[in-house]
Design a binder for this molecule. Structure first.
Ligand code: ADP
Length: 269
C-alpha cells in the first residue's frame, strides 16, 4: 500500500485543495506534528485515524488557523495559507488577518462539543455567521438557514433553544450552522464522540447525506470505521505526528500493513 499521501488523479494548481508541506507543530518542546506532508484533492473525503495524541485534531485546528504552524507551510487551493510570501527573497511570513479571513470563511468545522450559542434559537444559530460575517440580509439568511434545517431534519425546531434539544439534534444544528457559510472544506472533529450511542446514527446519516449531495472536501477525525469506510475515499493512519500509512478506505481497514494500525483498529473495534 502506498504511503505517499498525494492523490494521483489530477495535475495543476487547483488539483490540491489542501497541502501540508513539511509542517511541524510544537507545543513547547513537545513535537505534535513532525514535518507532515499531506495533500487532499478537491472533493476528496479523507478520514484521519490514530491513537489519541497523534496530532489529528491539531491538523484540523491548524487549518482553521486556531493554531499556527511552527515550521513548514499549509497551502489551500494552491496558495500558502498559514504563511504568505514576504516578497523578500521568497521568504514566508505568517499570513495576516486580511489574507486569512476570506479564505477561512470557506472552511467549516464541526467539533465534538457542539458549541452552539445557548441563548439563541436554533434558527438564529444557523443565521448568525451568514448575517454577520457574510452580511446577508435577514430574509436571505433565514431562508438559507431553513433550507439547511430541512436538510438535517430539524425544520420543526427552528424556534427551540439548543438546551432543549438532544445531543444528536444539537450536533445536527452545528452541521447546519457550518454549512450555512457554504464551505468548500468541511472539518469534522470526532463529531459523534460526545453523543450517547443511540444518537450517533442520526448524525452520521446527516453527514452521509451531505457527502452524497455535495462536492465539499471533507477531512474527518472519527472512530466510526463503518462511516469512514462508506464515506471516505482515503484513510490516513497517524502515529506520533506522522502518516504511518494511508490508502483507499476499504484497503486500509481490511488489510492494514502495519502492526500498529492493526492494533489501533482492534482497540476501537
Ligand atoms: P489527537 O487529535 O490525535 O488526539 P491532538 O492533535 O489533539 O491529538 O494532540 C496532540 C498532542 O498535542 C497531545 O499530546 C496534546 O496534549 C498536545 N496539544 C494539543 N493542543 C495543545 C496546546 N494548545 N498546548 C499544549 N499541548 C497541546
Amino acid at each position: 500500500m502506498p504511503t505517499d499521501p498525494t492523490p494521483g488523479a489530477v495535475a495543476g494548481k487547483a488539483a490540491e485543495k489542501v497541502r501540508f508541506a513539511g509542517v511541524t507543530k510544537r507545543f513547547g518542546d513537545h513535537t505534535v506534528l513532525d514535518g507532515l506532508d499531506l495533500a487532499v484533492a478537491p472533493g476528496e473525503r479523507v478520514t484521519l485515524i490514530g491513537p489519541s495524541g497523534s496530532g489529528k485534531t491539531t491538523i484540523l485546528r491548524l487549518l482553521m488557523t486556531l493554531e499556527r504552524v511552527t515550521d513548514g507551510v499549509i497551502h489551500l487551493d494552491g496558495e500558502p495559507f498559514s504563511h504568505m510570501p514576504s516578497g523578500r527573497g521568497g521568504a514566508l511570513v505568517p499570513a495576516d488577518e486580511r489574507h486569512l479571513a476570506p479564505r477561512r470563511r470557506r472552511i467549516g468545522m464541526v467539533f465534538q462539543q457542539f458549541n452552539l450559542f445557548p441563548h439563541m434559537s436554533v434558527l438564529a444559530n444557523v443565521m448568525e455567521a451568514p448575517r454577520h460575517v457574510l452580511g446577508l440580509g435577514a430574509d436571505e439568511a433565514a431562508a438559507r438557514a431553513r433550507d439547511l434545517l430541512g436538510l438535517v431534519g430539524l425544520d420543526d425546531k427552528e424556534d427551540a433553544h439548543p438546551t432543549r434539544l438532544s445531543g444528536g439534534q444539537q450536533q445536527r444544528v452545528a452541521i447546519a450552522r457550518a454549512l450555512a457559510m457554504r464551505p468548500d472544506l468541511l472539518l469534522l472533529d470526532e463529531v459523534t464522540s460526545a453523543l450517547d450511542p443511540e444518537l450517533v446514527a442520526e448524525v452520521l446519516d446527516v453527514l452521509r447525506d451531505v457527502a452524497a449531495g455535495t462536492d465539499i472536501t471533507m477531512l474527518c477525525v472519527t472512530h466510526e470505521m463503518g462511516f469512514a469506510r462508506e464515506v471516505s475515499d482515503r484513510i490516513l493512519m497517524f502515529d506520533r505526528g506522522r502518516v504511518l500509512e494511508s490508502g483507499p478506505s476499504a484497503d486500509l481497514l481490511d488489510a492494514p500493513e502495519h502492526e500498529r494500525t492493526r492494533a489501533f483498529l482492534r482497540s476501537i473495534g
